[in-house]
Design a protein around this ligand. Structure first.
Ligand SMILES: Nc1ncnc2c1ncn2[C@@H]1O[C@H](COP(=O)(O)OP(=O)(O)OP(=O)(O)O)[C@@H](O)[C@H]1O
Length: 315
């Protein structure tokens, strides 16, 4: 089953094409949507909610067409907007009860669900105080709670870690993971930070300039985006140890290129580490460094973009 499916989805504003023939299928689970500022993430979310019409192409959410089924989609989907949009003079409880009532819950159920949801996101006695006095982290939790209160099948979270310090980010990411694990709700979460989405998501979708760069499982993605930086010593027998190691790695079937004293080895799978260790040991070289590094997204997908004639830079 696919929770979100788009086909050649395009959104043109007068001055900019925010989405450019985006075709992607998103499975149940937690999916990270990553892209630099202006990549088109918020635009995609608004189209998926049926709030903004596409210029061309189609999209379906939980099998419902966004062009015609907006209200039904919004009944089944929770949305956490990016920007601060909370009323300062009401409490979290009042606000989330109101949102639950708007979603169609009867008064008693709305109150009960609100209490449960606010507890789940980690707001306790503060929930009776006006939102205006909350920290950024607390406000983000209120926004998450209102997205969950009507028990949706899917939530769309737009930059939920924005404005949070590292501890707050980690807490929010753990909370997002639990939304899926505890309740079985699928999550589409956006960020311009790939690293944090990798830790949280089952799948990663990368967009840039409104175009799809890559969609894959996080495991595949990490393998494709990681390389092993290896630095070795020279010895009397191998005065140019780097050269000797490069040749040995190549003979062992690894894809490798030299960057000064560093050898950057593509990580094909777990066995790459052993192959590197064994080749270095067989040459009698010392291993100064062996560490996982990440290519920049722009580098990884450069070959794809070159084929398409594009040259944009990603996060
Ligand atoms: N209502 C609008 N009218 C005109 N241009 C728009 C509008 N909304 C978005 N854009 C433009 O579309 C492009 C994509 O914007 P979008 O907000 O979807 O990006 P984003 O990936 O969510 O980035 P950010 O995190 O900075 O919001 C940007 O160039 C933006 O300026």
């Amino acid at each position: 089953m696919t929770v979100i499916e788009t086909e050649s989805l395009t959104k043109r504003y007068p001055r900019v094409t925010a989405l450019d023939r985006l075709t992607v299928g998103i499975q149940p689970g937690v999916t990270g949507l990553v892209g630099a500022n202006g990549a088109g993430k918020s635009t995609l979310i608004k189209i998926l909610l049926g709030l903004s019409p596409a210029t061309e192409g189609t999209a379906a959410v939980l099998g419902l067409d966004v062009a015609t089924e907006g209200p039904r989609i919004r009944a089944l989907v929770g949305y956490m907007p990016e920007h601060d949009c909370l009323p300062p003079d009401v409490s979290a409880t009042e606000f989330v009860v109101h949102m639950a009532r708007m979603a169609g819950l009867p008064a008693t159920a709305a109150r009960e669900r609100t209490a449960d949801t606010l507890r789940h996101v980690g707001l306790y006695e503060e929930r009776y105080r006006p939102i205006g006095g909350y920290s950024t982290g607390m406000k983000q939790r209120v926004k998450l709670a209102q997205a969950l209160v009507h028990d949706p099948k899917l939530v769309l979270l737009d930059e939920p870690t924005n404005g949070l310090d590292p501890v707050g980010r980690d807490e929010m990411l753990a909370l997002i993971r639990r939304v899926h694990i505890d309740f079985g709700i699928s999550v589409l979460v956006t960020s311009h930070l790939l690293g944090e989405l990798e830790r949280t998501s089952d799948q990663i979708v990368v967009i840039d300039g409104g175009k799809l760069l890559r969609a894959s499982s996080t495991t595949d993605f990490t393998q494709a985006t990681a390389s092993l930086a290896v630095e070795v010593t020279d010895t009397d027998q191998h005065p140019d140890g780097t050269r000797a190691a490069l040749d040995a790695f190549t003979v062992a079937g690894l894809t490798v290129h030299a960057d000064g004293h560093l050898l950057l080895v593509d990580i094909a799978d777990e066995s790459t580490y052993d192959t590197v260790r064994d080749a270095v040991a067989a040459l009698g070289l010392g291993l100064i460094r062996m560490e996982q590094r990440r290519h920049r997204i722009a580098e990884i997908f450069k070959s794809n973009q070159d084929k398409e004639g594009g040259s944009r830079d990603a996060a």
